[in-house]
Structures are given as structure tokens and as C-alpha cells.
Design a protein around this ligand. Structure first.
Ligand SMILES: Nc1ncnc2c1ncn2[C@@H]1O[C@H](COP(=O)(O)OP(=O)(O)OP(=O)(O)O)[C@@H](O)[C@H]1O
Ligand SMILES: [Mg+2]
Length: 271
């Protein structure tokens, strides 16, 4: 679905921000992009979305080089949720907002189909459509931005720190919705995220970046258990992984498996 071949990128009058990145992501994968501030994560997802073009190398979406496609062609295939929903919302009601986004990428379907798409997504997200986005909570505005992107049914969803500023319940709402879409519709998801607990709970595979380069690529639990890698990338692993490593109980990385492992170590029976 997504392929980067030796991609490098430099902002004007700067040294390279992203260097020699090569990886591919298959359809239906849920991948996290991890790394410290300034590692090059946002730059990488902007390259995938085609918002910026590689200085060298190639980015392919579904086998097609993004260099040969227009912004609207890409916007139809790739949805991009920014960290701050207020950078994406510009209309006075939720219905207008969703229609506005749809008109930008699917205008040729005509007003009736777009209205039907809008109704479907409003019902799915539990909005009437008459809500005023800017009087909603931050978490609800993030859901409006997500609804607006999902209405166009993208094949790839890019999320740049989607849970920052959300409380636990809002975070679960957003992430559960994204996981459902990933599992049921095989939408490929790439998420930049600084919350390693969210990554552990939702993501299958992690790409780790530092200094614009790819340091590692593998299953999330394996990545988090690599203490030397975590240090190089300045990442603190999730608490359960940290605890399981300290207790030398490598398989115990959820509360349930931890409880069983401790009982087993004491000669008791699993709960
Ligand atoms: N528009 C820009 N112009 C010039 N330099 C930029 C621009 N955007 C980012 N940079 C620089 O590129 C480097 C990588 O930035 P990027 O935003 O990709 O990092 P990041 O991994 O997303 O960091 P964060 O976790 O803080 O969001 C940083 O040194 C940053 O200062
Ligand atoms: Mg960033």
C-alpha cells in the first residue's frame, strides 16, 4: 500500500531532515511511527501524504508514485488527521464541515450521494449535524475532524498525534473507532504517537526514527523490549513492559498476564 524507496528530504536552506528512508506497509496494517521530538516523524507522514516531495527517492501509494498524482487524487486515497483539529475545521456546523471535505475530494459523485455519505457518517459518529464545531469539546472536535476524513472512505489514514490533549475516555473513543475501521474495512493506518500506552494497546508494528533515519522496524512488543533501542531513540517504554522486564517476566505485558505470571512464580494457580 505504501512504499518508500531511499527517501531523503531537506527543508529549504537546511541539512537533510529525513535520510535514506526505506520501508513498506501492507494494506490493512496498523503501524506506529515513534521517535523523540524532531526525529522526523511529521516530515515522514507529510512525505507519505504528498504534502511535501522527496528531495531524492520515491514514495509510492498503491504502487503509484506520488510525484505523478495531484493533491485531490491523493486526498481521496489518503486521509490525514492533524494533531490539532482546529487546523482542519472551518465550517459552522458539523454537517457543513463533512460536506465541505467531501466536496473537495468526491465532488463528481453529485450532491445526493454526498448527502447520503454525510448522513451515514453523522449517524455513525452520533452527531445530528447541527452541532457547532467550535462549541464542542476538544475530543468531540477531534471526532468531527475524523468523521470528515472517514466520510470519503480513504484507503490510508495518517494520524499525527491524534490523542494529544484528549482525556482518557475521549482517547479511547477515537482510538476504538480507528481500530474498528482498520479491522473491518482494512484501512491502512499510520500513527505518529508519543503515548506509548496507546501504542501498546492499539498498534501491531512500530517504526522507530532518530535523527531523520529509521532505527528499527518490528512488532510493537519486541520493539519496546529492546532497552538499548529505546535508549537510542529516547523513548520510555510502556509501564507494563518496563515492569515485566524489571521482574524478568518477559511474557507478562498486560495486567492479566502479569497477575498470572506472579502467581505462577509463587507456585500458585493462574486466576
Ligand atoms: N517547515 C519546516 N521548516 C524547516 N524546518 C522544519 C520544518 N518542519 C520541521 N522542521 C525541522 O525538521 C526536523 C524534524 O521535524 P519533524 O516535525 O518532522 O519532527 P517530529 O519527529 O514530528 O517531532 P515532534 O515529535 O516534535 O512533532 C526538526 O529539526 C524541525 O525543526
Ligand atoms: Mg511531529
Amino acid at each position: 500500500m505504501i512504499q518508500l524507496d531511499q527517501v531523503s528530504f531537506a527543508y529549504p536552506s537546511q541539512g537533510p531532515t529525513v535520510r535514506d528512508l526505506s520501508f513498506h506497509i501492507r494494506k490493512g496494517e496498523f503501524v506506529a511511527l515513534l521517535g523523540a521530538n524532531g526525529a522526523g516523524k511529521t516530515t515522514t507522514v507529510r512525505l507519505i501524504d504528498g504534502l511535501i516531495r522527496p528531495t531524492s527517492g520515491r514514495v509510492l501509494i498503491g504502487g503509484a508514485d506520488t510525484a505523478g498524482s495531484s493533491v485531490s487524487q491523493r486526498a481521496r486515497r489518503v486521509g490525514f488527521l492533524f494533531q490539532n483539529p482546529d487546523r482542519q475545521i472551518c465550517k459552522n456546523t458539523v454537517r457543513e464541515e463533512i460536506l465541505f471535505g467531501l466536496n473537495a475530494v468526491r465532488a463528481e459523485e453529485g450532491p445526493e450521494k454526498l448527502a447520503a455519505r454525510t448522513d451515514r457518517v453523522l449517524a455513525d459518529f452520533g452527531f445530528t449535524g447541527d452541532e457547532e464545531p467550535f462549541s464542542l469539546s476538544r475530543g468531540q472536535r477531534q471526532r468531527v475532524a475524523l468523521a470528515s476524513i472517514l466520510a470519503a472512505e480513504p484507503e490510508v489514514l495518517i494520524l499525527d498525534e491524534p490523542t494529544t490533549g484528549l482525556d482518557y475516555q475521549e482517547c479511547c473513543h477515537i482510538m476504538d473507532r480507528i481500530r474498528r475501521m482498520n479491522r473491518e474495512q482494512q484501512v491502512t493506518v499510520i500513527m505518529v504517537c508519543h503515548d506509548m500506552e496507546v501504542v501498546l494497546d492499539y498498534v501491531d508494528r512500530a517504526l522507530v526514527m532518530a535523527g531523520g533515519r529509521l532505527l528499527a522496524d518490528g512488532p510493537v512488543r519486541q520493539i519496546f523490549r529492546d532497552a538499548a533501542l529505546m535508549e537510542r531513540a529516547s523513548i520510555l517504554p510502556p509501564q507494563m513492559i518496563d515492569l515485566s522486564l524489571r521482574l524478568d517476566l518477559p511474557g507478562a505485558d498486560s495486567p492479566e498476564t502479569m497477575a498470572d505470571a506472579i502467581l505462577a512464580a509463587k507456585g500458585g494457580k493462574p486466576a
